[in-house]
Design a binder for this molecule. Structure first.
Ligand SMILES: CCCCCCCCCCCCC[C@H](O)CC(=O)SCCNC(=O)CCNC(=O)[C@H](O)C(C)(C)COP(=O)(O)OP(=O)(O)OC[C@H]1O[C@@H](n2cnc3c(N)ncnc32)[C@H](O)[C@@H]1OP(=O)(O)O
Length: 725
């Protein structure tokens, strides 16, 4: 049964029963109509409590139903209307989550009681739509326009205590929300319900409301560049001010349908399900996530308290895993300790505001210089800077100090996991954990399996990622793994565009208007140009080891752009030096301004090398950069480094500022049409045979030849993720 009903004295308790998250599928909606109908008619029932089974109220509409005919049967808004009109008081007992349509259902009830651990919210915007069961009309009537806009446009999950302060729920309880809701229901039997019917309330609007909404539109446009859903949310909330409830609901539905027509919801919902699928990892041996038990990580250690190490320590502590944090000398340890403690204080403050005792949520961090103290930890994450020799030295030490069943993880953005594992006494327990900076904020974790990494080690690292609240993707071992490897051809094209007549700001603007959080040049300035320079120098692509007589713009017979090297040679490392592709207000400054020096430098460079000026327009810039990126994604699939295109998209959506409303680079290629992507790359490569990264990947060619099947069918062509490198 999708919903059940039981009687407690004169209170009917209706329970939504649709595991795992009580999504409001067509069968649930039918069952709710039936149970509410019966409870309304039953003369022994004086009040109704609505809750969800397994400690979860509801995660909202069943997202899998969008785009199918099931969504059109029994509208949730009609059910909400019936509940709100009930002559018997209805109390929502919120446990766990009341999200999206789940919260809209609760808002239709006359009262809401939540348990202290629960979260409520309207996260529809995150999957490309807007609350469309009356939520954009009821919430503003309950908590006012500014607060409702914040909740609806940001789509964040709101902890119960904050929901109480905002007025979204009436009561927060430590114990059972259902018991408290039954008590409240009994208390309010016979009391008038008019003021509890949110759709009937008037919004107290002041004269500046239109100005306020217009300002919000402008801010939101900038913040969510290109995303349509946040704008639709504001328009729906505007309707709640201007129109009576039923007309507001019509507007809400109209906006929902217009959004659907943009294609953005489909991309975002693909991204949503791809994230969940990524957790269901597979291994070339045929093993899958369900066949391997992860080991429990009760204690962990982090080596190195630089930016990455600090973030990782915070993540572990927030996941209630006690941490030993190690540095190489007293000064670095003290610096790391100060930074970590100040971040932990902030976390503790947030917890206090949510009504929790920080001690119960944040695990302890012990700072030390002594490796010997690591003998009992279950797992170590090494997070020193990217230097193979240093990492190997640390892993040798860990091998001798840590207990034999401890797992050893290396936080690297591209070094060879097998080489690091080879110096240990347990290569099967070594794995790469590529966190993204800042590690306590960024959602992505690339878990990199080496040749000898055991299934238990993989299961443990993947599970740890989940415990840390990360979107975790398992990938194979190759230079730079998935995300950074794809950046290579992308950044290469960005540099060529500068040689050919564009400027950093032109390229960045095009990519940012496409939806990237940051264009390639701003991104390089943020990351530090010296990082890539060091790596190119080590590879002999620049610096003293370049063979004499090598042309400035060629390496190994292929096109090469030395622009970034030349910037570094002038001491321009990006934000950290206050100068890079842009100029900044000071070293460490954040505001990028176009730099006349760079313009002059580029003009001289083009003249020196007699490069024909053909500045590309916005569409060409996007095509060259994005197709280059996706093409490398196809190669990564061919090489067996990523298991499926969805994993690549998850990596780009969560670690590289790719606009989720475009699904990810592989989804985008599929959306544009693989034959078109193939033909464009082929044309470019024919004209530029010295740019091998633009040669269409074999897999792309194969898929394009059969007309570009839907992305979920690519797996058939890709096969098992066997590392072919
Ligand atoms: C198209 C033309 C139509 C024309 C008709 C127009 C009529 C329009 C009427 C529209 C009515 C709209 C009503 C409403 O406003 C819309 C919504 O409610 S949209 C949904 C909003 N809710 C969310 O976005 C929540 C999404 N879920 C989560 O954030 C998380 O899953 C969670 C609930 C916080 C739980 O997190 P975890 O514990 O980490 O678990 P998982 O994330 O792994 O999830 C477990 C499992 O559940 C699946 N799942 C989760 N939520 C939903 C969902 N809402 N619908 C379907 N399935 C869901 C998830 O995929 C996992 O599945 P598994 O991987 O195990 O198969």
């Amino acid at each position: 049964m999708a919903a059940t009903r039981r009687l407690v004295n004169t209170v009917a308790v209706i329970t939504i029963n649709h595991p795992p998250v009580n999504a409001l599928s067509s069968s649930v909606r039918h069952a709710l109509v039936e149970e509410f109908g019966k409870a309304s008619k039953d003369p022994t029932v004086e009040a109704i409590v609505l809750n969800g089974s397994n400690g979860k109220f509801s995660a909202g509409a069943d997202i899998r139903e969008f785009g199918t005919s099931a969504i059109k049967t029994v509208s949730l808004e009609d059910i909400n209307g019936t509940i709100e009109a009930s002559q018997k008081p209805v109390v929502a007992a919120i446990e766990g989550i009341a999200l999206g349509g789940g919260l809209e259902l609760a808002l239709a009830c006359h009262y809401r009681v939540a348990d202290i651990q629960s979260r409520v919210g309207l996260p529809e915007v995150l999957i490309g739509i807007l609350p469309a069961a009356g939520g954009t009309q009821r919430l503003p009537r309950l908590i006012g326009i500014p607060a409702a806009l914040d909740v609806i446009v940001r789509g964040r999950h709101i902890p119960a205590t904050e929901a109480l302060n905002l007025g979204i729920v009436d009561e927060v309880v430590q114990g059972s929300a259902v018991d408290a809701a039954i008590q409240l229901a009994q208390k309010v039997i016979g009391l008038p319900l008019n003021k509890r019917r949110l759709s009937t309330l008037r919004i107290s609007s002041n004269l500046n409301m239109e100005d306020f909404l217009d300002t919000t539109v402008e801010k939101t446009k900038k913040q969510f560049r290109g995303a349509q859903a946040p704008m639709a949310c504001i328009e729906a909330v505007r309707a709640s001010v201007l129109l009576p409830y039923h007309r507001g609901v019509e507007k809400e539905r109209q906006l929902f349908l217009s959004l659907w027509a943009t294609g953005q919801p489909q991309a975002q919902q693909y991204a949503f399900f791809s994230e969940r699928e990524a957790a269901k990892w597979s291994h070339p041996s045929g093993a899958r996530w369900y066949s391997e038990e992860p080991k429990l990580v009760r204690t962990a250690a982090v080596i190195g308290l630089g930016t990455m190490g600090r973030g990782i320590v915070i993540s572990l502590s927030k996941a209630n895993i006690p941490v030993i944090a190690i540095e190489q000398d007293a000064y670095q340890l003290e610096m790391g300790k100060k930074a970590v403690n100040s971040l932990l204080e902030r976390e503790a403050e947030k917890l206090k505001q949510q009504g929790f005792s920080p001690g119960s949520k944040l695990a302890s961090v012990h700072f030390t210089l002594a490796f010997g103290e690591l003998q009992d930890v279950d797992l170590v994450i090494e997070a020193v800077y990217e230097n193979m020799e240093l990492k190997k030295e640390i892993f040798r030490k860990l091998s001798s100090v840590c207990k034999s069943n401890a797992f050893l993880c290396t936080n690297t953005s591209g070094l060879n996991i097998d080489e690091i594992a080879s110096v240990t006494d347990r290569p099967n327990q070594v794995i790469g954990t590529h966190f993204f900076s800042p590690a306590n904020i960024m959602k992505l974790l690339e878990v990199v399996r080496g040749q000898q990494t055991s299934l238990t080690t993989i299961a443990t690292a993947m599970n740890l990622g989940k415990i840390l609240g990360k979107v975790t993707v398992l990938v194979g071992n190759c230079p730079l793994f998935v995300g950074n490897r794809m950046l290579g051809p992308y950044l290469e094209q960005a540099s060529y565009l500068l040689e050919e007549g564009c400027y950093p700001e032109t390229v960045d603007r095009a990519m940012e208007e496409f939806g990237f959080a940051m264009g390639p040049f701003r991104m390089m300035d943020l990351a530090g140009l010296d990082v890539g320079w060091r790596s190119r120098t080590e590879k002999g692509l620049t610096g003293a080891n370049v063979p004499q007589g090598t042309p400035a713009r060629k390496r190994l017979g292929n096109r090469y752009s030395p622009l970034a090297d030349l910037l570094c040679e002038s001491g321009r490392f990006g934000q950290k030096t206050g100068k890079g592709w842009y100029q900044y207000e000071k070293p460490g400054g954040r505001t990028a301004r176009p730099d006349p020096w760079v313009k002059d430098f580029l003009q001289k460079y083009r003249k020196t090398h007699q490069i024909k000026q053909q500045p590309s327009n916005q569409e060409q810039i996007v095509e060259r950069c994005v197709y280059a990126l996706a093409n490398e994604g196809f190669r990564i699939l061919e090489d067996g480094i990523a298991s499926c295109p969805e994993d690549i998209d998850v990596i780009y959506n969560n670690g590289y500022g790719w606009p989720k409303y475009r699904g990810g680079p592989m989804y985008y290629a599929s959306f544009v049409g693989l034959p078109k992507v193939f033909n464009t790359l082929e044309k470019y490569y024919k004209a530029n045979a010295d740019v091998p990264s633009m040669k269409p990947a074999f897999l792309l060619k194969k898929l394009a030849a059969v007309g570009g099947p839907p992305i979920k069918e690519w797996r058939l062509q890709v096969g098992k993720p066997v590392n072919k490198l």
